[in-house]
Design a protein around this ligand. Structure first.
Ligand SMILES: *Cc1c(COP(=O)(O)O)cnc(C)c1O
Length: 358
């Protein structure tokens, strides 16, 4: 099966179709030269040779070629953003007409999809996940039918935040097959999962955008570097509409350093997965814990007797977790990141001290 019939150009916001990108000095000239007087940079480097006085590569060619090697995807299919959040914003700006078009999101999920829906004035159709936190395929198919060509984007998060589970691959394929708009699969936590990545589906589905990030498994939340992998027609739209120098020089250099530490990152992921298994065990023993949900990520969703009380009590002890009790299907649930051995021990100690009090 495949979906080569999707017309990317026809899906674009009207003004984007004819948009001419800003041509920066650094993107117009890319060869070798001795004297660069084309970008109005300051020739003086006050920081002593770090090169911060020069604009960074707007196309991030070195970083992309490393990412291409690590993820096994050609550079023409890679967009780099200031966090994957930038890619999410660009998806709205490229593919939706404010007030007119619609997007589908599936609560409980990552809050950024709705923040950018609001920012871009795009109405959001919420099709809640079912009681197992899997997709409601009937609900999604009803929305596809009801909104027709005004439904432009469907956001799927797998492993999902905050529920921590993988979304069934076969269900994602069903949507890719039946939806003529853009299907976004946010795989921020994929490195912690055993399920196959949807990156393997890119060659078959022109309407698929896979988001990954260096913020989680790669330990680079501070640098702000996210990736979108997609058909080259989509990638060139992103490249045309992004801020010209969207990834700073320090961020590019930091990313290169991390990408050179693949082995450490691989074993760091294994360590987190081992701690996750231990934490599931320990948390399940607590009397006020109802359920520790299965996790394919670097965090756990835990249902307790009283989430508000637990959150407040831990906060008073200097330990911050995320209270998710107000999310659909997450009543009395908290989200707990897997921390260092020491952090996990501190948390468990505090939780044991709260026995009988929650
Ligand atoms: C953390 C997270 C991201 C990462 O966002 P960045 O902007 O790349 O740091 C993306 N999606 C989800 C679901 C997340 O939880």
């Amino acid at each position: 099966m495949s979906r080569e019939d999707v017309d990317i150009n026809a899906l674009l916001r009207e003004n984007i179709k004819s948009m001419k990108p800003y041509s920066s000095a650094r993107s117009e000239f890319s060869g070798n030269a001795e004297v660069f007087l084309d970008a109005n940079e300051n020739y003086q480097d006050f920081l002593g040779g770090e090169g911060r006085n020069r604009y960074p590569d707007p196309l991030q060619r070195t970083v992309k070629s490393e990412i291409s090697e690590v993820f096994g995807i050609e550079t023409k299919n890679i967009f780099l953003g200031n966090g994957s959040d930038e890619a999410i914003d660009l998806l709205y700006r490229a593919f939706t007409e404010p007030k007119n078009d619609k997007v589908v999101v599936m609560p409980p999920t990552y809050g950024v999809y709705s923040v950018f829906a609001n920012l871009n004035a795009v109405p959001m159709i919420c099709v809640d996940l079912d009681s197992e936190f899997q997709m409601n395929l009937q609900g999604i198919s009803d929305s596809i039918e009801e909104y027709g060509e005004n439904l432009k984007l469907i956001f799927i998060c797998s492993p999902n935040n905050p529920t921590a589970n993988d979304i069934d691959l076969s269900a994602i394929i069903t949507i890719l097959e039946s939806f003529p708009g853009i299907v976004v699969v946010d795989e921020a936590y994929q490195d912690f999962s055993n399920r196959e990545s949807t990156l393997n589906l890119l060659a078959d589905y022109k309407n698929l955008v896979v988001l990954r990030t260096l913020s989680k498994a790669w330990g680079l939340a501070n640098a702000r570097l996210g990736m979108a992998f997609a058909h080259e027609e989509i990638i060139s739209v992103f490249t045309n509409i992004k801020y010209p120098y969207n990834i700073s020089g320090p961020a590019q250099e930091t990313a290169l350093k991390a990408l050179a530490k693949r082995e450490e990152v691989r074993s760091g992921i294994d360590t987190i997965i081992e701690s996750r298994i231990q934490m599931v065990d320990e948390l399940s023993k607590l009397s006020f814990v109802d359920r520790v949900y299965p996790s394919a990520a670097n965090f756990l969703l835990v249902r307790v007797i009283d989430a508000n009380k637990l959150y407040t009590s831990l906060k008073e002890m200097g330990i911050i977790i995320r209270n998710r009790t107000n999310e659909p299907g997450c009543e009395n649930c908290v989200r707990i990141t897997i921390g260092s051995g020491n952090e996990n021990r501190e948390l468990l100690k505090a939780l044991r001290a709260l026995e009988g009090k929650i």
